[in-house]
Design a protein around this ligand. Sequence first.
Ligand SMILES: [Zn+2]
Length: 167
Amino acid sequence: MLQKTHGLAGLLAAELVVFHQGVPLLSWEAAGALLIGCFAGPLADVDKPGSVMAKIFFPLSALLHVLKVKHRTLTHSILIVILLGLAASPLPPLYYWSFLLAYATHPLIDLLNERGVQLLWPLRFKIRLLPKVLAIDTGSLAEVAFRWLVAAAAVLLLLVKLDIARF
Ligand SMILES: [Zn+2]
């Protein structure tokens, strides 16, 4: 999936955390959490040479490259989510959960891709959720539709929480 799709998924995850913790939407805390979500969503693609995340976190992406860590392996695994969960534990709960859940959305939605993810890395087999014909290829029309769905969910959640829309 593209960076903007992952960014939106991360935003949606952080939005859920903000609302779950009862943080007022128009506050610095909420803004910080949503920003963390936008960044943490695409972060796993730091393993992809040339990606925006690889450029932003250059020393880290260079290290992954030197260590021959391939795309959709270590940074897309359950193991790294657990390790990041431990490393980020000093953060306040709002930022901790916004970061961790937004990060976790990345390997989860990459499971919809036709190439799959080494979710159980260091075990090397790839996991994919959809059969090849239904899988969402990076940059495809299906990804655009998926992105719009995530964006619609984020906006709808916002409207419901602001009491503008009701179901
Ligand atoms: Zn990815």
